[in-house]
Design a protein around this ligand. Structure first.
Ligand code: CA
Length: 238
C-alpha cells in the first residue's frame, strides 16, 4: 500500500464499540482515507446527510436503531452511498442479504482491519470507475450509462445499488458470455470466494426484481449467469 497515497475520500464509521471503531479508524487513516466516527444509528444517518461520505462502514448491532434499519432508511431516501456492513453473527448476514437492503459488502467479526480497508478500496474503485467503457450499453430495452451510472428500462429509470449496477454492467459489456459465480465474485467484487456464491445469487436476484421482465440476465444451470446478446438488426422484432 503506498505511503504517499492522497486523501481518498471520507469514510463514515458507525460503530458503538470504541476499541473496534478506533481500530478501523487507524487502519483507514493509514490507507489515506479521512474518517468520521459515529456511535449510533441516528447520529450516523445525520452525519451521512451532512457530510456525504464516499462510503459508510456500518455495524449491525447499534444502540437505538440498528445498522439494518440505518441502511433501510438510507435506501428508502434514494441514497446509494456504498455501505459495508460489519456483522457479529451469521444470522445477521442472513438478514443483510435476505432483506435486499442494498448492502455493497459485509465482513464478519472478528475481521482483519486490512481486509476491511481492502474491501472499502474495492467498493470505491468500482463506484468511482467511470472511464472504463464510456459508451452507453443497450441490451433489449435495458440501457445502461456507465458515466452517469444510470439504468433505464425503456423510459423508466431503475435505481440500483453500486454493486447491482457493477454486476449488470459487467455482464452487459460481455453479452453472450457465461460467467461462473466465482468469476463474478473475483471480477465484480474484487476478491474470490470469501463472500460465497450466495452473494452473487442474491445480487442477481435483486437486479432481476428491479428490471422485471426487461431483465436480460439468463441463468445457465450448473454454470452461472449471462446476458443475452442483442439480435442482429435484421432479426429484430421477432
Ligand atoms: Ca455493536
Amino acid at each position: 500500500m503506498p505511503t504517499d497515497a492522497p486523501a481518498r475520500g471520507l469514510i463514515l464509521v458507525i460503530e458503538d464499540e470504541p476499541a473496534i471503531a478506533e481500530l478501523i479508524r487507524l487502519n483507514l487513516v493509514a490507507a489515506g482515507f479521512a474518517v468520521r466516527l459515529e456511535r449510533d444509528g441516528e447520529a450516523g444517518l445525520a452525519a451521512i446527510s451532512r457530510h456525504s461520505p464516499a462510503a459508510v462502514i456500518l455495524d449491525v448491532g447499534l444502540p437505538g436503531i440498528d445498522g439494518i434499519e440505518v441502511c433501510r432508511r438510507l435506501r428508502a431516501a434514494q441514497d446509494w452511498t456504498p455501505v459495508l456492513f460489519v456483522t457479529a453473527r451469521d444470522d445477521e448476514v442472513d438478514r443483510i442479504v435476505g432483506l435486499e437492503l442494498g448492502a455493497d459488502d459485509y465482513v464478519t467479526k472478528p475481521f482483519s482491519p486490512r481486509e476491511l480497508v481492502a474491501r472499502v478500496a474495492t467498493v470505491l474503485r468500482r463506484t468511482q470507475r467511470v472511464t472504463e467503457a464510456p459508451a452507453t450499453l443497450q441490451v433489449g430495452s435495458i440501457r445502461l450509462d456507465p458515466v452517469e451510472r444510470r439504468v433505464h428500462a425503456g423510459d423508466h429509470e431503475i435505481s440500483l445499488t453500486a454493486t447491482e449496477f457493477d454486476l449488470l454492467a459487467y455482464l452487459m459489456r460481455r453479452p453472450g458470455r457465461v460467467f461462473g459465480r466465482d468469476q463474478l465474485l473475483s471480477e465484480v467484487w474484487g476478491y474470490s470466494a470469501i463472500a460465497g456464491a450466495r452473494t452473487v445469487d442474491v445480487h442477481i436476484a435483486q437486479v432481476r426484481a428491479k428490471l422485471r421482465e426487461a431483465s436480460p440476465i439468463r441463468t445457465v444451470r450448473g454454470v452461472g449467469y449471462a446476458v443475452e446478446p442483442n439480435r442482429a438488426p435484421g432479426q429484430a422484432g421477432a
